[in-house]
Structures are given as C-alpha cells and as structure tokens.
Design a protein around this ligand. Structure first.
Ligand SMILES: C[S@@+](CC[C@H](N)C(=O)[O-])C[C@H]1O[C@@H](n2cnc3c(N)ncnc32)[C@H](O)[C@@H]1O
Length: 286
C-alpha cells in the first residue's frame, strides 16, 4: 500500500466511522483489508482504493466492518452491572414510579453480550417492573454484529466469558455446541443500526446510556461531539456508563462523575441539559 493510499483510507475511515488511525497503523489496515480485497476479486489494496474511489459504497461499508473492533463479552468489567443492579435501577424505580417507564440505550452494542447483560439484570426486577414499559435499545454501526446479536446465539467460548453459570443455566438453552438466549430476554432488546457520528436525537431521551469501549477509537474532537450529544439524550437524573479506559475528564463538562460509582456519570446540572433546567424549576417551585 502506498502512503497516498493509506492516507486516503485513513481519512475515509475517520469520516465514516470515527476510527482515528495513527500514521503507523498501515500494517493493521493491510492485515484487515487485503483479505477483503481478495474476497472482492481484486488484486490488492491499490485496486480496492480505485474501486472505492469509483463509487463503490458497498466496498466502503465492508472496509469499515473489517476495520471495526467488535470485542465484547457478557458483564464486561462487572462493576457497571453491579451498579446498575444495586443503585441505578433501584433509584429509577423510585424516580419513575409515576411514569412507570424505563428507557435504556446501549450504544455500540456489538454482538449483543452487553445489552443482553443489561436485560438479564433488569429481569431480576421483574416483579417491581410489572406493568412498566421497559425499553432496551441496542445500536451499532455494523450490520454484521447486529445480525448476530438478534439471533442471540453464542459459542461455548462466548458464554464462558463473564457470564455466571447460574445465568447461563437460567437464560440459555443448548443447541448442539452453541447456546441460544431464551426468547424472553431476546425480546427485551431492540437492535437498530446507528452511527454515533450522525444525529441520534430521533431516539429520544434515556434514563441510562451505556456507551462503552467505542469512544477510545475516536479522536478528541469526535469524542467531545459525541459526549455533548449524549448529554442531550440523557434525562437530567439519568446515568451514563463508560468503558474502563474511558472518561469525560478533560473532554466536556456536560457530565460529572456519579459519586463513588467508577465509570458512571450524571448530566451536569450546571450545564442545563435538555430536561435539566425544567427539573430545577420544578424543584424550586416545590
Ligand atoms: C469494542 S466494541 C464494544 C462493544 C461493547 N460496547 C462493549 O463494551 O463490550 C465497539 C463497537 O463499536 C462499534 N462502532 C464503531 N464505530 C462506531 C460508530 N461510529 N457508531 C456506532 N458504533 C460504532 C463497532 O462496530 C463495535 O461493535
């Protein structure tokens, strides 16, 4: 691959997916895109770039899919899910008791282990949530991972990563060498394609947003833009969960850390998010 071809692909990937590749990641692009070029019957990266330049949008989509990292596992990092069970859901059960609805968004949901972990946590609250409208919306840029997530079928290796044995027995059934998540948990999650670089205000506002292990691939400017839009999509008393290597510190003041809950953030009332000022006025009036 020539330096010019690398530069072209680097720019394209950043514009379309946010992926921010440093100048020394040529080997990574080659190792992921050469197989794609061969599969498309092309000689190599040079021809792939030519084909993309001549307007093959399908190849761009395939190149983005090939370059994204889909690494995920059940109850990844454990702590956010403990917080969800121990603090976040109990608090929301109180705060939303008159509205009786809960909206959770899992952005960059990959092959489904994360939104299904959230669903299994919520299932534990089934008696308290009876009669409530509970939505878990899982979104990802990649159609390939969404298709796998919808099927809810996981390998032995995948269910051995992070999933407690009691939950495997309770919520999965064995199909040959694979494990399928039971229909009740699958039905709790709606999967949709969504690019975090694009407007997502149409999704409405959420009580909880999990946006984990995706912003690490973006540059600072892109991260800030996503954080500021996430803040508008979160209720004033809502909670944002980030990945273990991610933080809002030095990026935005739209969120502040949730006290004593590592990895969790709340909208910053001083910033006045979508519903923030209104809530403050209600509190002042009361
Ligand atoms: C490393 S996985 C993280 C999955 C899960 N959130 C977790 O923490 O286990 C990153 C996911 O982000 C998705 N992704 C990458 N760029 C994206 C974008 N611009 N918009 C939405 N999703 C994106 C990828 O397709 C991939 O499934």
């Amino acid at each position: 691959m020539t330096p010019l071809e690398y530069e072209y692909l680097r720019k394209l990937l950043k514009e379309r997916s946010g992926l921010d590749l440093s100048a020394d990641k040529q080997y990574l692009v080659e190792s992921r895109l050469i197989p794609l070029a061969r599969k498309a019957g092309l000689m190599g990266i040079g021809e792939l770039v030519q084909k993309i330049k001549s307007g093959s949008d399908a190849l761009i989509v395939d190149a983005i899919e090939a370059m994204t990292t889909n690494e995920t596992f059940f109850f990844r990092d454990k702590i956010p899910f403990d917080h969800l069970r121990q603090t976040v859901v109990p608090e929301l059960l109180q705060a939303r008791s008159s509205r009786r609805s809960l909206r959770i968004w899992c952005a960059a949901s990959s092959t489904g282990q994360e939104p299904y972990s959230i669903a299994m946590c919520l299932k534990e609250f089934a008696p308290q949530l009876s009669g409530w409208r509970v939505e878990i919306i899982a979104t990802d840029l990649s159609l390939g991972v969404l298709e796998k997530a919808r099927a809810g079928i996981f390998s032995q290796f995948e269910v051995q990563r992070g999933l407690p044995i009691q939950l495997l027995v309770k919520h999965f059934r064995q199909v040959g060498e694979l494990w399928q998540l039971n229909a009740d948990i699958r039905a709790m999650v709606q999967h949709r394609q969504l690019n975090l670089l694009q407007d997502f205000s149409h999704l409405g506002t959420f009580d909880v947003i999990f946006c984990r292990n995706v912003l690490i691939y973006f540059d600072q400017e892109t991260k800030i833009g996503v954080f500021n839009r996430l803040a508008k999509s979160l209720e004033a008393d809502g909670v944002l969960a980030l990945g273990a290597a991610e933080s809002v510190v030095g990026m935005t003041d739209a969120f502040k850390p949730y006290p004593e809950r590592r990895g969790l953030y709340r909208p910053n009332p001083a910033r006045g998010t979508r519903s923030g000022p209104a809530l403050k006025m209600v509190a002042a009036a009361g």
